[in-house]
Design a protein around this ligand. Structure first.
Ligand code: CP
Length: 311
């Protein structure tokens, strides 16, 4: 199966791709979801190295599973336990990995722009994938979320999505706003405490479908999808972390709040969740939740991406 559209060299940001490439990735991911044996061992013997400077469960695991389903060899490197602890720079670490001729390097790093920088020094044939860089981007998570929404709605133009919580420090929110705007989502309603909302200037390019709310009750009324985001404590230095109980009362997605949206409204969360803080356990595990489906789609999206990069 040859991927349609322009060739992808790296995948570091939604803004680095055109709409046709992104739609082709989503279509391939859906085909893999429909036919689980599609592309099994299609890239046998190719090598993926994952280089994580931050913790991860979903992203690292799903890249590893995706690559192994494609028949690839997988090596995981964590900053802890590597020569990073002896003072080796990121650039030297990347060059060391490159010397061992990988086909793909998946990188997660706390600094914005890291994956783009590594793509700039990558040798021909080495494909760099961004698995999250600081507050800047998490483009594969955005693909997962778009795929999950496309499975639920005939047209993204019909979707009125609430994105609520700590949007300011969320790379998932940023990549999602970029991708969903490009794909023609009907409406994105951003909602959260003032300290957690992005500056309006930073949204300037995306103002068409984006509205800002200061009440979650108002934001969810009439919405047909809600994506909750956790407080990114590890990235917050300029504002106090709210008390968890108080935050849940004011900004948490509870069953009572979900009722304001109605029984057809879908609930999403990219994970990891802080249960009974931004989302109640009842809602997260309830019948309107798509959270497990998002995790499952993670493998399909990452198989599709690796296939498009390698084929
Ligand atoms: N959504 C996400 O990136 O989860 P992990 O941090 O567990 O990879």
């Amino acid at each position: 199966m040859t991927p349609p559209g322009n060739t992808l060299e790296h995948f570091t940001n939604i803004t680095g791709c055109d709409k046709a490439q992104l739609l082709a990735l989503l279509d391939t991911a859906q085909r893999i979801s429909d036919q689980p044996n599609l592309l099994l061992d299609a890239h046998k013997g190719r090598l993926l190295v994952s280089l994580f400077y931050e913790p991860s469960t979903r992203t690292r695991l799903s890249f590893e599973i995706a690559a192994k389903r494609l028949g690839m060899l997988v090596v995981n490197v964590s900053a802890a336990g590597s020569s990073v602890e002896k003072g080796e720079t990121l650039e030297d670490t990347f060059q060391t990995i490159q010397a061992m001729t990988p086909d793909c390097v998946v990188i997660r790093h706390p600094e914005a722009g890291t994956a783009t920088h590594m793509a700039g020094i990558a040798e021909p044939g080495v494909h760099v994938i961004n698995a999250g860089d600081g507050i800047a981007a998490h483009p594969t998570q955005a693909l997962i979320d778009a795929m999950t929404l496309r499975q639920q709605f005939d047209s993204l133009g019909d979707v009125r999505l609430v994105m609520a919580g700590d949007i300011r420090h969320s790379r998932v929110a940023r990549s999602n706003i970029q991708l969903l705007t490009l794909l023609g989502i009907g409406e994105i309603r951003l909602c959260g405490p003032e300290a957690f909302l992005p500056s309006l200037e930073s949204l300037a390019e995306n103002t068409a479908p984006v509205k800002v709310f200061d009440s979650l009750d108002e934001a969810v009324t009439g919405a047909n999808a809600i994506m909750m985001l956790r407080i990114q404590k590890e990235r917050i230095s300029d504002t106090p972390i709210p008390d968890a109980g108080h935050y849940h009362q004011t900004w948490g997605l509870t069953s009572a709040r979900l009722e304001l949206a109605g029984p057809g409204c879908r609930v999403m969360h990219p994970g990891p969740m802080n249960l009974d803080v931004e989302i109640s356990r009842e809602v997260a595990t309830g019948p309107q939740s798509l959270i497990r489906r998002q995790v499952r789609n993670g493998v399909h999206v990452r198989m599709a991406l690796l296939h498009h990069l390698l084929d």
